[in-house]
Structure formats: structure tokens, C-alpha cells
Ligand binder design. Sequence first.
Ligand code: UFG
Length: 364
Amino acid sequence: MKPNHNENDTMTSAILVTGGAGYAGSHTVAALLERPDTDVDIVVVDNLSNAYRPEGQKKPEPLRIIEEMTEKTIHFYDIDIRDAAGLCRIFENHNIDCVIHFAALKAVAESVEKPLEYYQANITGTCTLFEVMRKYGVHKLVYSSSCTVYGEPERLPLDEGHPTGAGLTSPYGRSKYFCEEIMKDLCRSDPKWMVISLRYFNPVGAHPSGKIGEDPNGIPNNLMPYISQVAVGRLKELVVFGADYPTVDGTGVRDYIHVVDLAEGHVKAVKLFKQKGFSGFHAVNLGTGTGYSVLQLLSAFEKASGRKIPHRVAGRRAGDIAANVADPALAQRLLGWRAARGLADMCADTWRWQRTHPNGYRGE
Ligand code: UFG
């Protein structure tokens, strides 16, 4: 693929999005391309381990749809981020200015069964990417982190000053924590690095068009896709994991954040790199500051879908905490970002996607 050139015959600057065909990644690609002031190329690298590309098609389905929606081109590479030579080719072909790094494995329970696979993908992959970035003099990075780095909360809401790394229960969680520590060391080693580590709370929802959304492989582990698959008739009933927590109704409380708000948080983070004097490592929560219980989410979804969702209460799921809520103040101060979409939007948008795509991107 030839690099794009602008009128002055300089290469158009580009944002590299790793894992850009996945759930959070694809919504961020859409948010970047939907902005009228985006004049950068978007380059996606994804090994398709959790994304769908129909046979014979060049680009993964969510990216094809985003191209159609925005009438803009996305450069796509089917490459694993552990493939240093492959990554180098991308940096040779494009004028990469910054990287948004989503690519990772993310199933908590699976990570307990397959720790090496998780450390390989999430840590070796991340270090390989950083080495290639350094080689090509690219030091701007937005990292896809998780509130899981806080472990069992000592206090709520969780602010970024809360300790991290203690009491983590899965290799997945530890991989996110280790990567944050690696990025801190990188920033200490060279002031050129600018790193924004976005600690996601619980991303849910879908693009309001209903054309892109979450498409988990197999039976979903997370609450919202599970509920929406019950609503659409793909699964029989929701199993509520524990109703004896010290919460509003005994079920687990989480800070659900609309994936489009999450995506916009990344756009704001990229803009911060332009600020004079910005450097070093910054961890920032992306959450709303409001928690909802499993039963509250269930009831909001029933309202949005107009369907009754069969459910039963069972025992607690190992490793779960009672409640998790973000303090989103730093995101507002540093990024000028706050979540704009509430629980009703999250449910309505999830339902629009699920009802029109009962089997996700794969169709019937
Ligand atoms: N839940 C159910 N039934 C289900 C699925 C979930 O009752 O079938 C409950 C859980 O017990 C929890 C709540 O719904 O109380 C939310 O569970 P999710 O699995 O949707 O989300 P988690 O908060 O457990 O996990 C999320 C991310 C992880 C991340 C973690 C950090 O999915 O990647 O937050 O706290 F590590």
C-alpha cells in the first residue's frame, strides 16, 4: 500500500489503532472518522482473534461498515502485534503520529486457564509494539487499561490515586497492571514519551446507528451482552451471580459507560498530545460516576426492549467484587471529557444493535 500524500507532498499523519476491529476499538475508529476536523489517516492492525471478517473480504466487517457510514478509508493490516517485522512495515508505510493500543485478550476467566497466552498477547505484544514505536520515534500513546488494576476497592468512588496492583485475581487484571508499570518505566526512561492510560469501567452499548456493536465469541461473560442475547432469544435466562452483596438490592453494582462515550474519551486523549509541555504517564478513569446493580440494569433493559427477561439468582461468581464506581473528575479536568449518555441510552442502543443483528456480524 502506498502512503497517502497531501498537497505539499508530505505524508499525511496517521493514528495507528491496534485491535481496532474489536468492540471498543471499532467504536473509537468510528468516533475519530466521524469528526469533521479529523484530517489524519486511520491505520488499524488487528489479528482478528476477536473480530469477524467474512471470507473473501479484505477488511473486518465493523471496519467495512464504518467506511460505508463515514465514506472514509481505513488502512487495515491483519497482523499480530507480536510480529515486529510486520509492525515495522506499517511504520514504514504510514506517517504514524500516535498509537491507540487496544489489542489484547480480555476474558477474565479464560485468563486464569491460559495465563501464558494472556501474558504473551498482552505483555509481549505490548512490549513489541513499544519497541517498534521507539524505533520510529513515535512516543504518543493511548492505552486501553481497566478499573481492574485497582483490585478490591479500599474506597468508592475510585479515584486514580487509589492503590493499584494489590489483590488482583486474574492474569488478565495483572497483565493490565504490569503494562501500566512498564509504561511508567518507559516515561521515566525518556521524557519524550506521552502516555495516557484510560482505565475503563464497564463499557456497554453500541453505535446509535445500530450498525456496529459488541459481538462476543461464544457465550458472553459480561452482563449486558448476556442480557441482550436473552432478550433476543439466543439464550434462555440470565443467571444473576449473587444477591447477597451489601448493595442497594444485594446484586453487584458497576459503573456502566456507553461505548460511544468511551470512544470519545480516546478522541479527547489524542487531542491532549497537542498541549504544550504535556509529557509522562497519566492514568485516567473513564466512567460515569454512577453505579447500577444487576437488577437495575435488567429492569432498564426490559423497559428499552419491551421484553420480559427471564432470570434466576445463583451463587456469587468467583473473583467478583460487590461494587465498583469511578470518580470521573480527573477525566473532566485533564481531558475535558464527561460521559453524556445514561443507562436508558446504553440499553436502547444495545437493543437496536442486538435486535437487528441477533447473531452479531455473522448474520443468520
Ligand atoms: N453478572 C451476572 N450474570 C452474568 C454476568 C454478570 O449476574 O451472566 C454480574 C456480575 O456478577 C457483576 C455484574 O454483572 O456483578 C457485571 O459483570 P460483568 O462480567 O459484565 O463485568 P465485571 O465488572 O465483572 O468485569 C468488567 C470487565 C473486565 C474487568 C472488570 C474490572 O468485563 O474486563 O470489569 O472490574 F476486568
